[in-house]
Design a protein around this ligand. Structure first.
Ligand SMILES: Nc1ncnc2c1ncn2[C@@H]1O[C@H](COP(=O)(O)OP(=O)(O)OP(=O)(O)O)[C@@H](O)[C@H]1O
Ligand SMILES: [Mg+2]
Length: 653
């Protein structure tokens, strides 16, 4: 029965508590104090009730109602004061709790997001996006549950249980034992029923996840579903998942629903037992030991004025024990969510030990360089003196000689030497790749799908780090270059375009945030995108959403090219950038790209061989190895793989 029961993850729990204390070093202790005050105020009235009943008993015997009123009234006033204090404490702590909880969640979301931004691409390749997403939704919600409900309720109930236990023990050991027997029964029952409920609640959560995942997949895959006439099949699959969800939710709720009434009735049973056993003890004048006997120095008998508040205390005690049992369950569930959040926060961020930076430079007529803070359009690598600069690096002479740094001209000379790479250790993807691209050259990669073309560009960007070999940029090992600066110097048009919610103009400006509207338009003209953009209903102000669903695939790529163009980088990487453009548009883009490529080092990956024909070198890849290289004419002469591809392609066209 206990198999499905979760345990409290104390590591995560203490981390949550520590974080809470760190974030709110004053408010959290204040809240705890208010909770303790509230719970003690809730327990104390029993003592006053007993005293008031005793006074009433005296009055009943003496008939002196005026004297009785004098002693009773102040007690009633004090009792009222306690209730008011309890009310104030509750108001204060609930308000504080709301503020602390929401502030804490806000902070956790912020930390999740900033950690996510620093994770390497590999993390996103190897983890389901829905799973990452659920840390922000489900798991954050379980944290909310923990901080705003489970923990305070646990504390509140815990203090009440301890305080009431002492008060009960003070008055009567026998009666306390009767209550304890009842509590034992309650723990037994709620353990059995609660365990079953928790197990099915967990299954219900999993079912919800499966149903959501299925719906999501069906929405994005509607076209494929319709084309293959899978509607009925999908409905059956959905019915099955939905039925599973029904089963688990039904059982979880059935257990949970029966728990309340059963426990309430055990509570009633205790109530009756106390009335009967207590009544008997009073009538039979059985000696009644309790903590009070210690103070009095003798064991008295049970009196009726103790009995009445005892009934109330028994109810309070069992009710709060029940609360404690339930909160243990919800704390266990919540800490599981907290653990998943901490897992993401503890992921190792993308490491960056690069110390070479990219700086703005002024190069005067004598060829001397000065580093300046403002944008000049000229860039230089600022290389610490202990970093080796290899032969391709053009060292610039500095006007004011600085012994700690050398300056190297940013030219876009890229060399790969004996590069090996694997995404997963056991499955090598690239073998022995050596190539160079001199500044201004155009290097094309061709080869079958899965040959490793995109992978090479992933390495240039340092989305992934190489296993073996060297990659040098202007004579500097790219591992020594700070990643953000390396990426700033590379323009990238990815195989799958990503457009963000915003206007066309915003999306182009993404390449260079301080670009003016005119610069963005100019970039669009260069990319050949201006023509179709101006024909959109709102032109450059057209709002794109859902990754540009309202555009054609080719149009999306043109915007992506314009985005890369506006950054004006010395090196461009175009991955299949023209694959989904029609022949006419292709010519426009081709012209634009030729302009774009002018004076830059360019890596192009294209299946259309016509787009790579004019490259300085064409590299043919097969299964991660370079099998041929040369210019278009040279490769045709070789009559090898390229020749096959080229002539084959022509036959197709
Ligand atoms: N993130 C990844 N994790 C693990 N393996 C990967 C990953 N990305 C690609 N691969 C594998 O690496 C190999 C090369 O993939 P790559 O994307 O470089 O091919 P490509 O030449 O660009 O193909 P295409 O022409 O289809 O774009 C493939 O076998 C692929 O399965
Ligand atoms: Mg690819």
């Amino acid at each position: 029965m206990n198999k499905g029961k979760r345990r409290i993850n104390f590591g995560s729990l203490s981390r949550v508590v520590k974080l809470l204390l760190k974030s709110y070093p004053v408010l959290v202790p204040l809240t705890v104090v208010c909770i303790i005050i509230a719970s003690i105020m809730a327990s104390i009235p029993a003592i006053f009730q007993q005293k008031i009943f005793a006074d009433i008993g005296d009055w009943y015997q003496t008939g002196d109602w005026q004297g009785a009123a004098k002693v009773i009234l102040p007690k009633i006033m004090l009792l009222a004061t306690f209730y008011v204090l309890a009310m104030i404490a509750v108001t204060v702590y609930t308000q504080l709790m709301a503020y602390i909880t929401q502030g804490f969640l806000n902070k956790m979301r912020k930390e999740l997001f900033s950690r996510m931004q620093n994770l390497p691409i590999k993390y996103f390749d190897t983890n389901k996006h829905g799973d990452i997403m659920s840390r922000y939704t489900n798991d954050i919600d379980s944290l909310r549950q923990l901080v705003s409900q489970a923990l305070p309720t646990f504390l509140l109930a815990g203090v009440v249980v301890i305080a009431v236990l002492f008060i009960m023990l003070y008055y009567s050991l026998w009666m306390t034992l009767v209550v304890m027997v009842g509590v034992f029964l309650i723990i037994l029952v709620s353990g059995r029923l609660g365990g079953g409920s928790a197990r099915y609640f967990m299954r219900q959560q999993k079912s919800v996840g499966r149903v959501e995942g299925f719906i999501q997949e069906m929405m994005s895959g509607q076209k494929v579903v319709k084309v293959f006439n899978h509607e009925n099949h999908c409905r059956e699959d959905f019915d099955e998942l939905n039925g599973e969800l029904f089963d688990n939710s039904y059982r979880a709720n059935a257990y949970a629903n029966v728990l309340g009434p059963v426990i309430m009735n055990i509570g009633n049973l205790i109530y009756v037992s106390i009335a009967v056993i207590g009544g008997a003890l009073v009538l039979l004048r059985v000696p009644n030991p309790g903590l009070s006997s210690l103070f009095a120095g003798s064991i008295g008998v049970l009196t009726i004025d103790v009995m009445i508040p005892f009934l109330g205390m028994a109810k309070q005690f069992t009710g709060n024990v029940n609360q404690l049992a339930q909160q243990v369950n919800s704390i266990a569930m919540a800490t599981a969510g907290a653990e998943r959040i901490f897992q993401l926060l503890d992921e190792k961020p993308e490491s960056d030990e690069g110390r070479v930076t990219l700086v703005n430079a002024v190069i005067d007529e004598d060829g001397m360089v000065t580093e300046v803070p403002e944008h000049t359009g000229k860039w230089a690598w600022k290389v610490p003196a202990d970093v080796t600069i290899h032969e391709a690096g053009h060292i610039l002479h500095e006007r004011v000689e600085n012994p700690d740094y050398n300056y190297v001209e940013l030219r876009g000379d890229i060399r790969l030497k004996d590069v090996d790479f694997a995404y997963n250790k056991d499955k090598p993807v690239l073998h022995d790749i050596s190539l160079y691209a001199k500044p201004g050259q155009k290097v094309a990669f061709v080869g079958a799908t899965g040959a490793g073309k995109t992978t090479i560009t992933n390495l240039l960007n340092r989305f992934y780090d190489i296993e073996d070999g060297k990659i040098r940029y202007d004579g500097i090992n790219i591992n020594k270059i700070r990643k953000s600066d390396l990426r700033r110097s590379l323009g990238l048009v990815l195989q799958d375009t990503n457009l963000f919610t915003g206007t066309v103009m915003d999306n182009i400006r993404y390449g260079k945030l301080d670009a003016t509207d005119e610069e963005c338009r100019e970039a669009a003209r260069l990319a050949g995108a201006d023509d179709f953009i101006t024909r959109l209903p709102e032109g450059y102000d057209t709002i794109l959403s859902n990754n540009g669903d309202n555009l054609s695939q080719g149009q999306r790529q043109l915007i992506a090219i314009a985005r890369a163009a506006v950054a004006d980088p010395p090196v461009m990487i175009l991955d299949e950038a023209t694959s989904s453009i029609d022949t006419h548009t292709e010519q426009i883009v081709q012209r634009g790209m030729d302009m774009l490529m002018h004076g830059r080092t360019v890596f192009v990956i294209a299946h259309r061989l016509s787009t790579v024909k004019n490259s300085n070198v064409i590299i043919v890849l097969e299964h991660g190895r370079i099998i041929e290289r040369g210019t278009h004419e040279e490769l045709l002469e070789q009559r090898g793989q390229y020749y096959q591809l080229y002539t084959g392609a022509f036959e197709l066209e």
